[in-house]
Design a protein around this ligand. Structure first.
Ligand SMILES: [Zn+2]
Length: 160
């Protein structure tokens, strides 16, 4: 049972008071008989909100998934992005940090592009729209320290 190991930390907007002071720290903790657990500690230094969430740590191997989108059909491929999954599309210069919601989500490649549209300023819209229409090939990359994200295609390159 060692000390919990810090695997990620970030500062987000507090959903209670709105200050950019919500510190989110994720730890892996070896809880003995229970196995490894993921501990998420949320604390706001502005309003004092604090919560601790514990869930089982499913896999232990960090993984990077790469999927080359070359046709419109590829846009329908199912993608599971775990709460820790970091999405990027190098060709479009896009990166999406893991979300603040602790739920993973099942979506499609197209769904990820739609999410990108919500996140990014207008200068990317045109390129993303072209990508959505299958007009420009691109690579979807998911880096996941928990290794639980997946892209449901045989052509996915898995780098661990
Ligand atoms: Zn707060």
């Amino acid at each position: 049972m060692g000390e919990p190991e810090l695997i990620s930390e970030s500062v987000e907007k507090c959903f209670v008071c709105g200050a950019e002071k919500m510190e989110i720290k994720n730890y892996i903790h070896d809880a003995g008989l229970v196995g490894k657990v993921l501990l998420s500690v949320w604390s706001c230094s502005s309003c004092g909100y604090r919560s601790v969430d514990v869930k089982p740590w499913e896999t232990r191997t960090p993984v990077t998934l790469q999927f080359r989108i070359e046709s419109v059909e590829d846009l329908n491929v199912l993608v599971y992005r775990s709460p820790m999954g970091e999405v990027s599309i190098p060709e479009l210069g896009l990166e999406i940090e893991p979300g603040t919601n602790s739920q993973g989500n099942i979506t499609t490649v197209e769904g990820i592009l739609e999410e990108v549209l919500e996140f990014f300023p207008e200068d990317k819209v045109e390129e993303v729209m072209k990508a959505k229409e299958g007009k420009i090939p691109f690579t979807l990359v998911i880096r996941d320290p928990t290794g639980s994200s997946f892209i449901k295609s045989e052509r996915v390159k898995v780098i661990s």
